[in-house]
Ligand binder design. Structure first.
Ligand code: FAD
Length: 377
C-alpha cells in the first residue's frame, strides 16, 4: 500500500473516532486517524465519565445496554485497566410528573431485561446517607449503571488502531476531497493528502463544520457544558445522583479517592463553541450539591472546566452514510457520547463494512425528521 493510502480515514480522536477506528481495525482494516490537537482534547477528555442505560426508546436502551456489555469487558479487550466501576445511576423524582415518567420508562426498560427499580425515600436514604429528602418522592435506580475513565479507554482504542494503522495528532484535516460525488481523500493542515475508500467524520462538536468540508449538512450544534471536581472525600455513595429539578445537578464519587465530579445543564443553554468557565457555575454547583446533600456544604471545589455537547434537535446521535459516497458521519452525541461510545463505534464499523447496520438504528439516520425527543436527557 502506498504511503498515504489506507483503508479508512477517521477524523477525530475522541471516544467516537477512536472506537470506530478500533473496531474497523479489528476487522482487519488499515486505519489512519487524524486528530487536530491531542487524543481526548475534545469533549471526551472533559466529560465526567458516567455510563447509564436508562434511556427512553428501544433503540437507545439497546445501544446503551450493548455499550455496557462492552465496557464491562474493555479491560480485557484493551488489555489495560479502564477504571470501570458499576455504582449505578439514581434519577431523583421531586415531582409527580417525574415519578410518572420514570415508572412508565421502567416498564419499557424492564421489558428489555434492564434491571431498573423505582425506589422509595427510605431506600434512597440508605443508598445516599445524609440526602435531603425534602420534596423527594422517590427515584429510578439502575444498579448496573457505572463510571469509567475516558482517557484510559481512548488510549486503549488508539493503541488498537496503531497495531495496523496510524494515529496522527496535532494534524487538522482541512479538506475532504470529493470527486464525482465520492469522497476520495483528505488534506491536512500540512498540505498532505491521504486517500482511503472510507472517510469517517467523528469530530464531536465540530461535526457539522467538518461535514461541510464535503458539502454535507448535519444538524448538530455545539453547546457549552461546565463541570467541576472536588477534593477527595471518603466514599459514602456509589452511584451518579441526578437531581432532575430545573435547578438541579448531577454528580458521582470518582473511582479511587472519592472526589466528587459533576455538572448541571444551564437554563438557558449556552450555544456556540466557547469553552470558557464561569464563576456562576462554581457557585451554583456548590449550592445545588449542598442543598441535596447538606454535608457537602464545606467540600472544596479544586478544579472547574467546560466542554461541548454536540446537540441534535431530537437528542439522538447521527450514525449514517451521507449523500457523498464513502463519507460517513458519526456523532451528535448530545451528552451521551462516552456512555454510548463503544457500541456506536462498533455499530459504525459493522455498518461501514457490511453496508447495513447490525440492527435497527433508524433513529440515528441523517434522513430522520428530528422531531422526536429523548426523554432521559
Ligand atoms: C462537562 C461534560 C460532561 C459530560 N459527561 C458525560 C458523561 O458523564 N457521560 C457521557 O456519556 N458523556 C458525557 N459528556 C458528553 C461526551 O463527552 C461527548 O458526548 C463525547 O465525548 C463525544 O465524543 P466525540 O468523540 O464525538 O467528540 P470529541 O471527544 O469532541 O472528539 C472529537 C475530536 O475531533 C477533533 N477534531 C475536530 N475537528 C477536527 C479536524 N478538522 N481535524 C482533526 N481533528 C478534528 C477534536 O479536536 C476532538 O478531539 C460530557 C460532556 C461534557 C462537556
Amino acid at each position: 500500500m502506498a504511503k498515504n493510502v489506507s483503508d479508512a480515514v477517521v477524523i477525530g480522536g475522541g471516544i467516537i473516532g477512536t472506537a470506530t477506528g478500533y473496531y474497523l481495525a479489528k476487522k482487519g482494516l488499515k486505519v489512519y486517524l487524524f486528530e487536530k490537537d491531542y487524543l481526548t482534547a475534545g469533549s471526551t477528555g472533559r466529560c465526567i465519565g458516567g455510563i447509564r442505560q436508562q434511556f427512553s426508546t428501544e433503540t437507545s436502551i439497546t445501544v446503551a445496554m450493548e455499550a455496557m456489555k462492552k465496557f464491562k469487558n474493555l479491560h480485557e479487550e484493551l488489555e489495560q485497566d479502564v477504571e470501570f466501576l458499576p455504582g449505578g445511576y439514581l434519577f431523583l423524582a421531586h415531582s409527580k410528573e417525574k415519578e410518572d415518567t420514570y415508572k412508565k420508562l421502567i416498564e419499557l426498560q424492564s421489558s428489555m431485561s434492564l434491571a431498573v427499580e423505582y425506589v422509595d425515600v427510605p431506600r434512597i436514604e440508605k443508598l445516599v446517607p445524609g440526602i435531603n429528602t425534602q420534596g423527594l418522592l422517590g427515584g429510578a435506580y439502575c444498579p448496573s449503571d457505572a463510571q469509567a475513565n475516558p482517557f484510559l479507554i481512548v488510549d486503549g482504542y488508539a493503541k488498537g488502531i496503531m497495531r495496523n494503522g496510524k494515529v496522527f495528532t496535532h494534524m487538522e484535516v482541512t479538506n475532504i476531497n470529493v470527486k464525482n460525488g465520492m469522497a476520495e481523500s483528505i488534506t491536512t493542515k500540512n498540505g498532505d493528502t491521504y486517500s482511503a475508500g472510507i472517510i469517517v467524520n467523528a469530530t464531536g462538536p465540530l461535526l457539522k463544520y467538518v461535514a461541510k468540508l464535503a458539502g454535507i449538512d448535519v444538524p448538530a450544534e455545539p453547546e457549552r457544558h461546565e463541570a467541576m471536581i472536588t477534593e477527595p472525600m471518603e466514599r459514602f455513595f456509589d452511584m451518579m445522583i441526578v437531581d432532575y429539578r430545573p435547578d438541579g445537578c448531577y454528580f458521582n464519587q470518582k473511582w479511587g479517592k472519592g472526589s466528587i465530579i459533576g455538572c448541571y445543564t444551564p437554563i438557558p443553554t449556552v450555544p456556540g463553541l466557547d469553552i470558557g468557565t464561569s464563576f456562576i457555575f462554581a457557585k451554583e454547583m456548590g449550592r445545588r450539591m449542598a442543598r441535596l446533600i447538606p454535608k457537602l456544604k464545606n467540600i472544596k471545589i479544586i478544579r472547574q472546566w467546560s466542554g461541548s455537547y454536540a446537540m441534535t434537535p431530537d437528542g439522538n446521535p447521527v450514525l449514517d452514510r451521507t449523500a457523498v459516497e464513502n463519507f460517513w458521519v458519526v456523532g451528535g452525541m448530545c451528552g451521551h457520547g462516552f456512555m454510548l461510545g463503544p457500541e456506536i463505534g462498533w455499530i459504525a464499523a459493522e455498518y461501514i463494512c457490511a453496508g447495513k447496520p447490525p440492527y435497527d438504528i433508524n433513529e440515528f439516520s441523517l434522513q430522520r425528521d428530528f422531531k422526536g425527543k429523548e426523554v432521559m436527557k
